[in-house]
Design a protein around this ligand. Structure first.
Ligand code: BGC
Length: 757
């Protein structure tokens, strides 16, 4: 018996039930008698919201560094910097007595309208999984835990506490779960937070399938599952499903319900023991990290600035950037004075300090005259006077910089966006300023894509600066003046119109249910499949230098699926300044039994290059780079055949390719059954040789299908028959058969499966 198990054995039922319910908004229940301490948790994910008073759900929190939010950090595609950010977060947690940080969020960006997208990484599960794993590794390397959230299919805020996300098995496995799967299997988060919503009819908090079958059994998750705050409805059902800790507390009714259910035989005490064991394991692990001390506020602010600069995406540049010694800069937009650097809701941080963008510009533009115009109101109301002032300021300047912040009323936890637009006065401002000043740069502070059709053409440059964290004001200045060469690339597609987005017809649902009708096809998978133009594609971002790709090659032209292959490419910095390039590898399956996206991201690397320098970038591709999830087998499967390995600078800018011949090592039972069509039989390696002789014979002997009236030749006849279940085919042929049709079908199936049907 382990020491944890023996601890559980010493606990009374009452103590165990209490341990499985929070003692306060942010703490678990201690057991003084056994020296079991409380566990202190805090939001997350891009900074600490450590409430001074653990009984308060929302009150002023202790000052902490506000790092850029996930949609920003994702655009860095930089796992090393996420680890570094994780280590810094952990240092702050230790200083503030926090055991577990509630984050990161690994939900997919199904729609750009989701109000909480700023807290999530990407529309692509591979990228989101890599980044979430890196952040977890960074935090946990310091002995502080994480809570990977919100598991699963929490992709909108509308009715988020109850909405039923109807998502088919394949989309769940290939799109909505893999980021969680990678983070769990690779980085081993101490805890996982279940989502509020239902998934296919069952609350995530009561889903045995999600919490136990997949998370704990299939992925081997060893930590505890915590509810999102208030996500539990039936405590006993949730415990049975695998939800170990309910938060927040205190909730004596829940404790009583658990005790009662065990006493009356409804709940096996072993289930409570297991939850207690999991919670205690983490409580004891957390206790090994001594808390207290201080963190280096200045160093963390500097790190936040570096991460922010690394995350910014230069979307457009006609050559104006980096700024070259302008004499007079018109700085427009209230966000230049009042930085918009984080989102609303549970992730809202009380920052240690905030860079004022205007002041940071001034520091780097010592020789320039800077004039300021507010440009737009905070609440989004129209004010022509502000626009007129901005125009007057911009007209006489060398350059105009417009700082645009999407107001919190348009984007926050708790509600979804209703459109992808800037506010009308902001659009009017940009149009008016660009009409008089061609050298206009728009700097965006937002957490998710905005549409730009009304104003993009008039600008000289656009910098996506995101919800950039407390040091973002300085980072913007760094990028504008070329102290940092921008290298971020979009982790999500910028569409031309809301109407083009994948979930447009199925968002946010009605009658308590949202149908994920687009299936696998979210983000670039959708735009690729439809051939739809976008404003800026997934993986896109400009630099102040240029890169050339050459010599794309594979470690082998053929491989077994389990062995995988390594793709290499030579990347050269062909410009005049040092820079970093994010190299992306997509896989295209030339032919598959099931529908597959045109291409999927399966690897990436970020490489730093001096001018003229060339480096070889090598990216391994494993089994999962080629596999799809087959619901018939409930398995990830591959198929023999050719796969294109596409190496690109974005999803829409493929610079080189190679073809791989993959051999599948899986021995899957034949899927032929009574309803299998002739096509199924002819495509099945076991079924084909069994059916062909009989099929041939029947076709030669005529019978009902001699083909005379159905087409010009035998091929037409065959095409006509392809979708007929074999059983029906034999029924049509009954006159020419010597045995009853069903007997023949069963005989063939018996030969295929080796057992009597
Ligand atoms: C949010 C979680 C958060 C929790 C605690 C919930 O409303 O969905 O992300 O960790 O509150 O603040």
């Amino acid at each position: 018996m382990t020491s944890i198990q023996s601890l559980v054995a010493q606990m009374t039922l009452e103590e165990k039930a209490a341990l499985c319910t929070g003692a306060s908004a942010w703490t678990t229940t201690p057991v003084k008698r056994l020296d079991i301490p409380e566990l202190f948790v805090s939001d997350g994910p891009h900074g600490l919201r450590r409430q001074a008073d653990p009984h308060a759900m929302v009150s002023k929190s202790l000052p902490a560094t506000c790092f850029p939010t996930a949609s920003a950090t994702a655009s860095s595609w930089d796992v090393a910097i996420l680890r570094e950010m994780g280590r810094a977060l952990a240092e702050e947690a230790i200083a503030q007595g926090v055991d577990v940080i509630l984050g990161p969020g690994a939900n997919m960006k199904r729609s750009p309208l989701c109000g909480r997208n700023f807290e999530y990484f990407s529309e692509d599960p591979y990228l989101a999984g890599e980044l979430a794993a890196a952040l977890i590794e960074g935090i946990q390397s310091q002995g502080v835990g994480t809570s990977l959230k919100h598991f699963a299919a929490n992709n909108q805020e509308f009715e988020r506490f109850s909405i039923d996300a109807r998502v088919d098995e394949r989309a769940l496995r290939e799109i909505y779960l893999p980021a969680f799967e990678k983070a769990v299997t690779r980085a081993k988060p101490w805890t996982v937070m279940c989502a509020y919503n239902k998934v296919n009819g069952t609350y995530a908090s009561e889903s045995h399938y999600l919490l136990t079958d997949i998370l704990k059994n299939e992925w081997g998750f060893e930590g505890f599952v915590v509810s999102d705050w208030g996500a539990v409805h039936d405590r006993v059902a949730s415990l049975k499903a695998g939800l170990d800790l309910e938060m927040p507390g205190p909730k004596q009714t829940r404790v009583n319900a658990v005790i009662e259910a065990v006493r009356n035989g409804e709940l096996d005490e072993a289930v409570v023991d297991e939850a207690a064991r999991r919670i205690l394991t983490i409580v004891c692990r957390a206790a090994q990290t001594p808390k207290g001390g201080e963190f280096d506020i200045t160093a963390h602010h500097a790190l936040a600035r570096r991460i922010s600069a690394e995350s910014m995406v230069l979307l457009k540049n006609n050559g104006l950037l980096p700024l070259r010694d302008p004499q007079h800069i018109a700085v427009i937009g209230r966000a230049a004075q009042e930085a918009h650097f984080q989102g609303g809701g549970s992730s809202h941080i009380n920052p240690t300090q905030v860079d004022v963008p205007f002041a940071e510009l001034q520091k780097l533009a010592a020789n320039a005259e800077l004039s300021f115009a507010e440009g737009y109101t905070k609440d989004g109301s129209a004010d022509q006077k502000l626009i007129d002032e901005a125009v007057a300021t911009a007209r006489t300047a060398d350059v105009a910089l417009i700082y645009i912040a999407l107001p919190t009323s348009k984007e926050s936890e708790g509600y979804d966006r209703t459109d992808l637009d800037l506010t009308a006065p902001q659009v009017a401002l940009i149009r008016a300023v660009t009409a008089v000043q061609p050298n206009t740069v728009v700097i965006l502070n937002n957490g998710a894509p905005v549409v730009m059709g009304e104003w993009l053409d008039g600008t000289a440059a656009v910098l996506e600066a995101w919800m950039m964290g407390q040091a973002g004001g300085g980072a913007i200045a760094d990028v504008l003046f070329g102290r940092v060469n921008p290298s971020g690339k979009l982790a999500e597609t910028y569409p031309l119109r809301l109407e083009d987005t994948p979930s447009y017809l199925n968002f946010p649902g009605e009658n308590g249910m949202v149908r994920y009708g687009e299936g696998l096809f979210i983000g670039y998978r959708f735009y690729d499949a439809k051939g739809l133009p976008v404003q800026f594609p997934f993986g896109y971002g400009l630099s102040y230098t240029t890169f050339a790709y050459s010599n794309v090659r594979l470690s082998s032209d053929s491989c077994l699926d389990v062995d995988g292959v390594t793709v290499s490419v030579d990347v050269t910095n062909t410009g005049a300044v040092a820079g970093q390039e994010i190299v992306q590898v997509y896989v295209h399956d030339q032919e598959a039994r099931l529908v597959r996206p045109e291409k999927e991201l399966k690897g990436f690397a970020k490489v730093a290059l001096q001018p003229g320098e060339t480096r070889t970038v090598s990216i391994p591709l494993d089994f999962r780079a080629f596999a799809y999830y087959d619901p018939t087998y409930s398995l990830w499967v591959t198929e023999n055949g050719l796969y294109d390995i596409l190496v690109g600078a974005s999803s829409a800018d493929i610079r080189g390719r190679a073809t791989l011949n993959l051999s599948c090592t899986l021995k899957l039972p034949s899927r032929l059954n009574e309803e299998s069509t002739i096509r199924n039989w002819l495509n099945d390696p076991v079924g084909q040789p069994i059916l062909l002789p009989i099929f041939d014979e029947l076709m030669r002997n005529g019978g009902m299908f001699d083909g005379a009236d159905l087409g010009d030749n035998a091929m037409d006849m065959l095409s006509f028959l392809m979708d007929l279940p074999l059983r029906s085919f034999f029924h049509f042929q009954e006159g020419s058969l010597t045995q009853p049709p069903d007997d023949i079908t069963h005989m063939l199936l018996e030969q295929v499966h080796g057992v009597k049907q």
